[in-house]
Design a protein around this ligand. Sequence first.
Ligand SMILES: Nc1nc2c(ncn2[C@@H]2O[C@H](COP(=O)(O)OP(=O)(O)OP(=O)(O)O)[C@@H](O)[C@H]2O)c(=O)[nH]1
Ligand SMILES: [Mg+2]
Length: 359
Amino acid sequence: MEAGIVGLSYIGKTTLFNALTALGVSAESSASKPNIGIVQVPDPRLELIASFIATKKIIPATIQLVDVAGLVAGASEGRGAGNRFLAHLRDVDALVHVVRCFEDPDVPHIHGRIDPVSDVEEVETELMLADLEVVENSMKNAERKARTGDREATARLALMKRCEAALSEGQPISSLRFDDAEQRILRSISLLSAKPVLYVANVGEDDLAGESSHSRALRMWVEQRGGVMVNVCAKLEAELVELDEAERAEMLEAMGLAEPALNVLARGIYDLLGLQSFFTAGPKEVRAWAIPKGATAPEAAGEIHSDLQRGFIRVEVYAVDDLKQHGSEKAIKEAGRLRVEGKNYVIQEGDVCHFLFNV
Ligand SMILES: Nc1nc2c(ncn2[C@@H]2O[C@H](COP(=O)(O)OP(=O)(O)OP(=O)(O)O)[C@@H](O)[C@H]2O)c(=O)[nH]1
Ligand SMILES: [Mg+2]
């Protein structure tokens, strides 16, 4: 699963991307390509499991993140570098929309003023204009085919007309409701404004709680749309990841923070992507794995290795809380808390799994 960062030009996207992916491996990047990186999703339950089950390594779940050049008004018509990159965002599963809320005379704003609501609307308009172009093309194509009596084309034409009407009125596709058949058609054209969005207020170092007038204005705008917003100071987070663990803890404490805002953001993106975690635990590694909510035991096994899915027999499962209560897997078993589940079992958030398979 993959999320993409969007936002106006020069507002801290790459700073945030670098901080988020500092611990993960960068997949590929060059001047002409978007930055692609791996984000580790911190989970305190991993350390908890490892405190009961001796292990060599702790491996968190990861998600992939894409960072493209910023947008400016007119991007959908080819203005600015952002346009070339809009195409890279079509393939992502969700968007992280970064909005500048910090004041800093040394960092120029492309419009010469800080106005997060105007910025966020400018970017969303560009996304919708880019979608409108895709919808209109699809509509022309469907119109031609519908005349020959093609049923699929007739359905697509009606759907595209609905999408066009919404976009023309400035309504994102995500504000509409669709049935299964319509969703299938929409998936084939990957509209940007149909993707779930997490808004990130890039706040100033003196405004970590997001109480400045800029941050509050953006929060009100997001809340009115039923959206979710996270406050992050990209500059500060970029500094935090450079520190070693002891220094970081000291700096966080001095600022009265329990953990880096980046952790909250990483979990927010995870949630936005509809992911949940299950764990595997043994002497070699204690590891969290990302799977879509609702995944079955064989599907979860397939996340580890396709052989495990193909040869799936059953899974032994317990909850992290069982480990806390009983202290070891042996004690969990003796207490009758170790469950044996078959191929229809739906994995629950935080299950610790041992897969039994045969290939
Ligand atoms: N004061 C302050 N400066 C920041 C913050 N985040 C980013 N900057 C600065 O803003 C400038 C632009 O940051 P980038 O991360 O390159 O912005 P971007 O959105 O990736 O820019 P484009 O890719 O050109 O659209 C840099 O000089 C950063 O150091 C922040 O939270 N506070
Ligand atoms: Mg950038």
